[in-house]
Write a protein that binds this ligand. Sequence first.
Ligand code: MGD
Ligand code: SF4
Length: 728
Amino acid sequence: MKRRDFIKLSSFAGAGAAVAPALLSGCSEQQAPGAGDVTATPTICDICFWRCAGQVYKEDGQPWKVVGNPQDLHSGGRLCTRGSGGLGSYMDPDRLKTPLKRTTKNGRQTFQAISWDEALDYIAERMKKVATEHGADRIALFSHGSGGAHFKHLMKAFGSDTYAAPSFAQCRGPRDVGFQLTYGEGVGNPDRTDMEHSRCIVLIGSHLGENLHNSQVQTFTQALAKGATIITVDPRFSVAASKSRYWLPIKPGTDIALLLAWMHVLIGEELYDRDYIQRHAHGFEELVRHVNPFTPEWAYLETGLQPELIRETAREMARQAPASLVHPGRHVTWYGDDTQRSRAIAIVNALLGSWGRRGGFYIQDRVRLPKYPTPKYPQAASNWKAANRGKYPFATMGVANAVIDASVGPDSHYKAWFVYGTNLPLTIPNIRAKLEQAAENLDFIVAIDILPADITGYADLVLPECTYLERYDNLRNSPERQPSLALRMPAFEPRFQSKPAWWISKQIGQRLGLDEYFPWNNLTEVLDWQLKQVGSSLEEMQRVGVKSFPRSTAMYFTEGADRKFRTPTGKIELYSTRLAEQGFDPLPRYTPPEQAPANHYRLIYGRIPAHTFGRTINNPQLFALSPENNVWINPLTASDWHIKNGEYVRLKNQDGVVSNRIRVRVTERIRPDSVFMAHGFGHTDRRLRLAYNRGADDASLITNVKIDPIMGGTGMRANFVTFVKDTT
Ligand code: MGD
Ligand code: SF4
């Protein structure tokens, strides 16, 4: 038997009972919704990370609905499809119910239900052991989601400074780094795009509307309604493409060629913002020389896009500038040269003069909210960069895949993991083998989740967190257009034995003797203290949920004034001095993508409106909307393979990995050389009774991963698939 078998059981020792059907129906059957005693409790949606503020309505104490908080400017007072289905995560009968500990019964590994005290004592004891034998810095935290902040605080107080979230190296890291290198600051979260005032919006593989970030979609539609030009660059006829004046069905992986050609036209035809560039930019002459060879005719051979279309779209962008933006995208880890593509996007925006301008990118602002006073953290003996010997020099956050690399083998740097709210096997491509190797030699793995996600199968200890509807969390204080604070508070008592992250981390902290870092009894004391520092109080926020504050800075640059950017030259770095110093290309370089093997098609993946990654598939309300994914195939390809619409196939990638069965959608909306599927499906844990085995997992087919040497992002689009007829 392996030291740590992956536990994949339909039941486990001590599993609790399923939720009553009445609760699943969501409201009383005897009367129309809203006719009883109705209450509303403020929340911040946690179904994705846009963090819209909402109100949870109960009728006679029973769950009724979650809707947007009308006072929330960030969400426009509305929740999206997924947010509206938030009650499903609270009601999910498959939720984790008690702490679980790996144990061996009759020679077989399984989970056994244990008490919280037992679980917390065990964790504290194992943490002390790792600290004594190797050092506290050898414990890593993977985290995604708001509750992760509490574990980050615990780890730092204990002496560990390794924290990695997939939202960096598997998502938006390249754009954050690309924009930071260029402008000295990133795009921020939520993105600082000023789309409601834009007259031209260029989307490079950003499928807004399918990839639902509530207010972003609202501002996009406002721009559309005002007649803005939309230019969508996508191998797939996305929803956004269907709203666009120009659809550029680019050959996958050639976007940098298009961006260089656009720069060539903007500069060659003197369409760029001359005053803005002269005033603010560094390296224009180098850029002029660099893009000189990249004519639209050259780009045509790479991208398959007609030279005249490239010229026309560049002219249209310039015509509408500076209210013209090339959207930086969000999930941008595609081909391994993603920081360079993001730099190219940043540079086109600079040529249009859109950074800091109305209709381009606004200046974010947030409430100056003091941190609750606790002692200074001890200096950690190492961090993930030291563990990886200086790899990925421009990463601004922990690189999850690099932390896993440093956890494999008996001499590995890391000896223990906390995994909070991230399902690593489906999230980091090509990782299962490494997860298994790491599981063999790590001293312990703790998973904190609300569901028996695949990652829990690797853990020694699984802790059930309560859902966002059952807990307090830190205040929302996102950098945005209008500074605001929002409160999440429990609308319901935690079901089963689940507990909030703040409580779990405080309990562990106390067992480690870190009481001075947790000098409060309840998180409400922290929230009230913070709110009182800015003229509010917990009592006020419990009533209103969201409170807006005045801006303390201008929203846009002052026209005609100089400005200091936080780059080494103090300018917008078209030519990146920091990249040059480290031996990387200081100006974006185009590398042609790998070609498909015979009879293979490029695998493209993305989002659908009903789901967020894999976290919502088992949510009964959202599952009902989209129970499985399908694979889009062009009719020409379908005809070559005699595949019919609605038929099930399996996909086999270039390395022979075969997927779960997946239903075919034959559509003209995808190029013949590519296929498309939604990410997040194909769960392998039977305890997720709805999601188990439904649809196919794109991550399992991504075995060719192109790592971005600048920041460690895992490029996932260098994979190709062919079809296996499903006979089951
Ligand atoms: P999920 O797979 O949804 O997202 O990666 P992850 O953050 O891993 O897993 C989230 C986990 O959090 C689930 O197990 C869920 O049950 C748990 N969870 C949900 N709510 C709570 C809670 O309140 N508390 C706790 N403790 N746990 C909770 C996302 C990542 O994936 C990102 S950001 C991107 S952009 C990438 N997208 C992507 C892709 O499109 N394709 C492929 N192949 N891989 C991708 N990986 C990346
Ligand atoms: Fe929730 Fe939708 Fe807002 Fe995300 S965009 S936080 S899912 S309402």
